[in-house]
Design a protein around this ligand. Structure first.
Ligand code: ADP
Ligand code: ZN
Ligand code: ZN
Length: 734
């Protein structure tokens, strides 16, 4: 029987594909898998992706509707890629249509027509000497003109010109206005691999790492590249990328957050030339779509991006790198809750190419995979360029008088560092002025009206502000409860540390780096260049400071508070704390001067803190892994979290209890159930939340239950009384 039906993925929350007849006058063979079709669905119709052809449907053919139109002339997604997305939808038990949709740029999900890729090409249109003479007194125009003149044929496509230099819009417009340069439409051009700057000579460990991966190019292999901050991991990625480019293949590089790593971006562009393309959230939709297309077509062969890049089509994938693989931002926390790191490994497997997971502080999951032999372990134990590792000390603050949370020994060290003309960094992972405002007369505290959380005091904007739901109010002058003028901030945030240190060290430039201080576009860059230009300087900030940046003049890092992570209900909290502490510590002494790290704590004898400080991250990780093994927690067990929320308190728990009962009726279910219990933050944005943890010793036991559960929930009326979601391999239980 001929396969005359289309099976289409639609962005709707149902775990199925939808059957349609081909559009009028077309046959199924005209509508290839990976092409988009417009189909009747609901009132407005929807855009979907053809996944496969089918010979029959569970509906009778005369009841099936025809697709309205075929949109694409060529498949946007190749068969293997569709299979990968389908696999991901199956693994995460998420509706396949939403997963496929997530692989497309926003514009192509909503709009039929893809933007033309044809490019504007600029060329010098009068004799070179004349043109140069006409701009002799405009240095920027002259420089740009020279770039064009040096290019083959005196012409260059827009994208390559922009890859070369920033801020060319204005001089380019002038050159065109003066009639020296004109623009023509041309075919899209592949960006050549044209290294602009030479690489370093690799040290022995780096060489070994590059050789190990290089030997596996062309087939699947997984590597954990463990190297302290500054040990030259990026250098390894660069050299491997060059090797893959030489073979005419593409490289995908996943990073936690692009805006935090402009230096990384720049290094890639310098070393690999125009071949590098970057996908980030700051780009406009049209720009994103073009970049997506160029990578899909292999016009750019190196692509740098955040989590969602792992879902994108990439031509001839030859290598995947996940930098800072332990970073929690690789896990999507709503909707399609995938782990980009884990999908990267699966994707490499399916594409038959190596994957390199890099980190100074690898996740326990990856270290476990090294133990079991699934990943090869590559280590860089020394800092490249000879910088010494920092010395880390715990500072017992139990009997210390504190000023804005800061102990006298910490202040002394800061003063000493600044006097020596060096830079110091103070780290506190809490923005705002204080986490709570409280009334000393009646005990009122600044609770959020919609969440089980406090509103944070922000002095600069004079607001009480909930960091979970965004609710805000002006800071009251007197207590809203009893009217007493007795309101006091409790605890510290970065704003407070900043103002305290500004009073203490008035002559030193002081820069705060957190989400509030850097909310405006480009302001982070400005702050950072101020740091790079100063001698002595003080930096205060949240984990934004801990990520990626290189501050060669920082020799002292002060950590205000290490205790939050020691006693959390979340079993991953100590791992997170250790990673964050080591990342922050890694900011110290990267240049020629050794660094020092001081950690304030009330629990200096805590065994995990001791292990971390005395024996380093690896020893810590081994100890933490034994604990996990003992407790049968991941990575020694597999979990899924069923979350439910509603605007009343009872329905989520009642719903989850029914799920527990239902799973109990499955004869072959070999899973453990924990709950239902209220979520750690039981009320958030006005909604009541609860969850049920489903756990098993092996994936093969967990996943069949999840598959049945997903089907059951899709059909079960009771499930519509709550908003539920299934989180496979949850990263936290928030
Ligand atoms: P990581 O990614 O591990 O933090 P990087 O690759 O950024 O480390 O390297 C840290 C610093 O050392 C960078 O300034 C880099 O240019 C330099 N570097 C890296 N490898 C070498 C090398 N083999 N020789 C000299 N300097 C190097
Ligand atoms: Zn009061
Ligand atoms: Zn709130």
């Amino acid at each position: 029987m001929s396969k005359s039906l289309l099976r289409v993925a639609l962005p709707v929350p149902l775990p199925t594909l939808f059957d349609y007849l081909p559009p009028k006058a077309l046959r199924a063979e005209d509508c290839l898998p990976g092409m988009r079709v417009k189909v009747p669905f609901g009132r407005a119709g929807k855009i979907g992706v053809v996944m496969q052809h089918a010979g029959n449907s569970e509906f009778s053919v005369d009841r099936l509707r025809a697709a309205e139109a075929l949109i694409d002339q060529q498949p946007l997604l190749q068969q293997e890629h569709l299979a990968f997305l389908q696999w991901a939808a199956g693994y995460y038990h998420h509706p396949v249509g939403e997963v496929v949709s997530a692989a497309l740029p926003l514009r192509l999900r909503k709009q039929a027509r893809a933007l033309p890729l044809a490019e504007t090409i600029y060329r010098v249109c009068i004799p070179p000497e004349e043109a140069l003479a006409a701009v002799s007194r405009a240095p920027r125009q002259r420089a740009l003109l020279q770039v064009l003149l040096d290019a083959p044929g005196g012409r260059m496509p827009d994208s390559r010109l922009r890859a070369f230099q920033e801020g060319i819009s204005e001089p380019l417009r002038r050159l065109c206005d003066k009639g020296l340069v004109d623009a023509v439409e041309g075919e899209p051009q592949a960006m050549p691999f044209a290294p602009v700057a030479p690489g370093h000579v690799l040290n022995e460990e780096q060489q070994r790492a590059v050789a190990a991966v290089d030997a596996e190019l062309g087939g699947f292999a997984a590597f954990l590249l463990e190297g302290v901050t500054g040990s030259g991991k990026t250098e390894v990625y660069l050299q491997l990328s060059a090797a893959v480019l030489e073979q005419g293949k593409s490289v995908m590089i996943l990073v936690p957050e692009i805006s935090l790593t402009p230096q990384l971006q720049q290094r890639f562009a310098e070393r690999l030339g125009g071949a590098v393309s970057v996908l980030h959230s700051g780009m406009g939709e049209a720009e994103r779509e073009r970049a997506w297309q160029r990578v899909r077509l292999g016009l750019n062969r190196v692509v740098l991006g955040t989590r969602s890049l792992v879902l994108n089509p990439v031509a001839d994938l030859g290598l995947i790198v996940v930098d800072e693989e332990h970073d929690t931002s690789f896990k999507q926390q709503d909707g399609f809750r995938y782990s980009a790191r884990d999908l990267a490994v699966v994707r490499a497997q399916r594409a038959d190419c190596p994957v390199v997971l890099g980190s100074a502080t690898p996740s326990l999951e990856s270290l476990r995979n090294v133990q079991t032999g699934r990943y090869q372990h590559l280590q860089l134990t020394e800092r490249a360029g000879g910088a010494k590792p920092p010395r880390i000390d715990l500072l017992d603050i139990r009997d210390q008088p504190l000023q804005s949370g800061m102990s006298e020994p910490m202040l002394k060290e800061l003063a000493r560092t600044l006097q020596a003309g060096e830079q110091a960094m103070v780290f506190l992972n809490r923005r705002g002025f204080a986490p709570v405002l409280a009334c000393y007369s009646c005990g009122w505290v600044s609770d959020c009206p919609r969440c089980d959380a406090h509103q944070t005091l922000h002095r600069s904007s004079n607001l009480l502000w909930c960091h979970h739901c965004g609710s805000q109010r002006r800071v009251p002058q007197v207590c809203p409860e009893c009217g007493a003028a007795d309101l006091h901030p409790l605890g510290q945030g970065t704003e407070q540390i900043e103002s305290f240190l500004a009073g203490r060290f008035p002559d030193v430039p002081l820069i705060r780096v957190d989400r509030d201080a850097t909310a405006r576009k480009g302001s982070l860059d400005k702050l950072l260049s101020q740091v790079h230009e100063s001698e002595a300087a003080l930096l205060v900030g949240t984990q934004m400071l801990a990520k990626g940046h290189h501050f060669p003049r920082v020799t002292l890092v002060g950590v205000m508070d290490a205790d939050g992570g020691l006693f959390s209900a979340d079993f991953r909290a100590t791992e997170r704390m250790a990673q964050l502490l080591m990342q922050v510590a890694g900011r110290a002494g990267r240049g020629d001067r050794p660094g020092r790290v001081l950690i304030q704590t009330r629990y200096p004898e805590h065994p995990l803190l001791q292990t971390l400080v005395q024996r380093g991250y690896d020893a810590f990780a081994q100890a933490a892994l034994s604990e996990r093994s003992e407790a049968e927690f991941p990575p020694f067990a597999y979990q899924a979290l069923l979350r439910a929320e509603a605007n009343r308190q009872e329905p989520p728990v009642a719903f989850l209890q029914q799920v527990v009962d239902w799973i109990g009726t499955l004869s072959d279910a070999e899973v453990q159930l924990w709950g239902p219990v209220p979520a750690p933050m039981a009320r958030r944005i006005g909604r009541f939340r609860a969850h049920l943890l489903i756990q098993a010793a092996a994936r093969e036991r967990l996943h069949p239950v999840l598959t049945q559960l997903q089907q059951h929930l899709a059909e079960w009326k009771e499930a519509r009384k709550v908003r539920w979601s299934l989180d496979v391999d949850p990263a936290d239980t928030y």
